[in-house]
Structures are given as C-alpha cells and as structure tokens.
Design a protein around this ligand. Structure first.
Ligand code: BTN
Length: 261
C-alpha cells in the first residue's frame, strides 16, 4: 500500500501552493478542523493528512480515514457572491474529484456518479464524499477519497469501496490530489468569471439518475417524502411532496422510498 510519501513531488507542491499555504500531516484528528482554524485567522490554504483519527462526514458521522486514502480540506475565502453557495461548491468539487479520478483511472471512465448531495459512488458503493462547511468569512471544502484501502471494517464493508478494490491497482495519492485540484482551481475561477450555469449539464450527466424516483429526505428533525423532479441550477434537489408542493432542498439525506403511497 502506498501512503502519501514523506517526500513530496516538487511540481505538485508548486501547483498546490497557488491555493495558499500547504499543510501536510502524518496524522491529525481531522483536516477539516485545521482548515477551520486557518479561516479563523483569515488564512486560506490546503490541509492534507495521511490518516485522521476523528475524520467526520455529514451529520457528524464518523469518517473512516486510514492510511491509503486521500484526505484533505481546503480553506477558501470566496468572493462575496460565492460565499453562501454550499450546494454548488459541493457539486463542483464532486465533479472535479470524479474527473480527476477518471483521468488517473481510465478504466472507471463514466462509472463514478454523484449521489446528491455529496457522495461519490461506483457500483452502488461509496468511493468518497465531500463535506463543505461555512466558517466565518470563508468555506471549508473537505474531500475524502477511498484510494488504496484493501478492505473496510465490517460495519461499512457493504457500503464502501476504494479504487484498489475496483481495479486491483494501487495509485499515487499525490498525483490524484494534483489532478483533482487542477480541475477544482480551473472550475472555481471559471465560476467566478462566468457563473455556475456552464457546469450544470456536466453535473447532471454525472448525477445518479433519480428523476421521478420516490424518495424520503431526512433532515435534522423531519422526514419529507415525495418524487424527485430535478436538481436546479443552484444545486438544490427539487421534490414534489406527497401533498403536491414543490420544495427545493440544499441539504438532506436522500433515501429511496420503496413503498407505494
Ligand atoms: C461525507 O460523505 O459525509 C463527507 C465525508 C468527508 C470526509 C473528508 S476527509 C477530509 C476531511 N476531513 C474530515 O474530517 N472530513 C473531510
């Protein structure tokens, strides 16, 4: 298994420093927390770790982060018009990760999908996830990709997969990080210059087809069932509820509802 080598490739490092300061760690509680701290002192940057002891996902769920995966968080201070755009930035990051992975692993071309709002799935199993959080003046974009893990703990083995499990090959984590961030930087600046609409067709193409499916959306305190209409240009899931109302969700856990009304 190939962890992130202690010695970093100079070209990759040069590319990464255009995002701000780069912080590379062996083991941290969570790269997300370090990126949040950076923002508290108004700094931007990239935080990468070989392992996390308290990696976290959405709804404060534990995120399993052993050596062999790619775990990083970006601390960004976006231009004013992009500050509150958590759904859009999540989807744009997902697109960057998918394209970065598929360039490194051509055999997975067109096989990785976005499961709204933040999961990356292949063969119905989770390959990675994105966690975007607003912090003061900025945003923290956390990315986890299961890369070289050969197995998962019993509790999640039916739900998770890695690039190694899918292809039988180990991958260079630095190379993958560089490919993902190359796209992310490009798309982020295009978004700022030309708006978000240009990405919607690629995002929809890469999203798991859930139009017309009956789903239940779980929020913190309630569950709402209905039929999916679409993902709108703000990255929200549009649902026709069972009572006939059209609602737009920017957060929520989507479960398929097998039962009939
Ligand atoms: C999810 O699917 O719920 C999102 C998972 C996000 C995990 C990444 S790994 C790097 C960063 N640090 C964390 O603690 N979480 C994110």
């Amino acid at each position: 298994m190939e962890p992130i080598p202690k010695i970093w490739n100079g070209a990759v490092l040069t590319q990464l420093t255009s995002l701000g300061k780069v912080y590379l760690y062996d083991k941290v509680a969570s790269t997300q927390e370090i990126a949040c701290r950076l923002l508290k002192s108004e700094q931007t940057g990239l935080v990468v770790a070989r392992t996390q002891t308290k990696g976290r996902g959405r709804f404060h769920r534990h995120w399993y982060s052993p050596e062999g995966g790619l775990w990083f968080s970006l601390a960004l201070i976006p231009p004013i018009q992009m500050k509150k755009e958590l759904s859009r930035i999540t989807l744009l990051t997902a697109l960057s990760v998918i394209e970065g992975v598929e360039e490194l692993v051509p055999i997975l071309n067109q096989k990785i999908q976005i499961r709204w709002p933040n999961d990356l799935v292949v063969s119905e199993k989770k390959l990675g996830g994105i966690l975007c959080e607003a912090k003061g003046n900025g945003l923290v974009v956390g990315v986890g990709v299961n890369v070289n893990q050969i197995s998962f703990p019993y509790e999640i083995e039916a739900l998770a997969t890695s690039l190694y499990i899918e292809t039988g090959v180990e991958y260079n984590l630095q190379e993958l990080l560089s490919k993902i961030l190359e796209r992310f930087q490009k798309y982020y600046s295009l978004w700022e210059k030309e708006g978000f609409g240009q990405f919607m067709s690629a995002i929809k193409e890469r999203s798991k087809k859930i139009q017309n499916q009956r789903v239940v959306i779980e929020l913190w305190l309630r569950r709402i069932s209905g039929t999916v209409i679409d993902i709108d240009d703000e990255g929200r899931l549009i649902l026709r509820t069972d009572s006939g109302r059209l609602l737009a969700f920017s957060v929520g856990k989507v479960k398929s509802a097998k039962w009939e009304r």
